[in-house]
Write a protein that binds this ligand. Structure first.
Ligand SMILES: Nc1nc2c(ncn2[C@@H]2O[C@H](COP(=O)(O)OP(=O)(O)OP(=O)(O)O)[C@@H](O)[C@H]2O)c(=O)[nH]1
Ligand SMILES: [Mg+2]
Length: 246
């Protein structure tokens, strides 16, 4: 038996959920928990900046027993914790797996605030990237590592297209063009058939992971970005390279 095969027999599939603020990452996780919790033993890790709001939302929805939803409070740059220094998240995932062994799937939500945030393959085996129709039809066309190369791209809130003047079919076609044939899933919690497809995708991924057929893919590094630190200094992140204050 190969080491790879042995590893997948003993640990859960780790599935990252990334995407900009408010696109529906927590909602996707809630949906997956509700529909898959009778088939799979699940755990959830959330990444927030200073709060545990995502974890509290998921607990309040009652999608899993409270202790199976844990928050990693990442400090100023949540996407660093899913890409450059995955230690806090790895420890949270490993603790969760140990406490509730055997788990089948651990879902990890990124703290959303950056269109280009992607998970490191050192942390997750596969990742979803969530865009929403309300964020504008252009976002899918503009691309980026998550949009281009995540294992699955979700175009969420398709029910809102007519209210925000977005041509949903065009947005999906643009997303497909940006992905060289990798899957794109239109999703709305109001359209059960789309929720069914999301659940089927995760079932298939889990099967492929358990059989050793799944190969984790790195979508690529994030774009360098700038945001204010709590001391009021600009904090420049050249992900994969170095951090500097200026
Ligand atoms: N109309 C509609 N609204 C949705 C759908 N999915 C999620 N929402 C709403 O979108 C808003 C943001 O959803 P969240 O799941 O909190 O988004 P998020 O990406 O986790 O947000 P952050 O963690 O703050 O980045 C909430 O008000 C949800 O109710 C959907 O399919 N249709
Ligand atoms: Mg959230």
């Amino acid at each position: 038996m190969t080491d790879e095969k042995r590893a997948t027999e003993t640990r859960a599939l780790r599935l990252g959920v990334a995407g900009p603020v408010g696109t529906g990452k927590s909602s996707v996780i809630a949906t997956l928990c509700r529909h898959l919790r009778d088939e799979f033993a699940l755990g959830v890790i959330t990444n927030d900046i200073y709060t545990d709001e995502d974890a509290r939302f998921l607990r309040s929805e009652g999608v899993l027993p409270e202790e199976r939803i844990r928050a990693v409070e990442t400090g100023a740059c949540p996407h660093t914790a899913i890409r450059d220094d995955v230690t806090m998240n790895l420890m949270a995932v490993e603790d969760m797996e140990r406490d509730f062994a055997p788990l089948d799937i651990v879902l990890v939500e990124s703290g959303g605030d950056n269109l280009t945030a992607t998970f490191s393959p050192a942390l997750v085996d596969a990742q979803l990237f969530v865009l929403d129709v309300a964020g504008g039809g252009d976002v899918a066309r503009k691309g980026g590592p998550g949009v281009g190369r995540a294992d699955l791209l979700i175009i969420n809130k398709t029910d809102l297209g007519e209210y925000v003047d977005v041509d949903v079919a065009q947005m999906i076609a643009d997303a497909e063009n940006a992905r060289d044939g990798a899957p794109v899933l239109p999703l709305s919690r109001k359209r059960p058939e789309t929720v069914g497809k999301l659940c089927d995708w995760v079932r298939q991924l889990h099967e492929s992971y358990k059989s050793g057929a799944h190969t984790p893919v790195d979508p690529g590094p994030m774009a360098p970005h700038v945001h204010a630190s709590d001391e009021g200094h600009a904090h420049v992140h050249q992900h994969g390279h170095r951090h500097s204050h200026k």
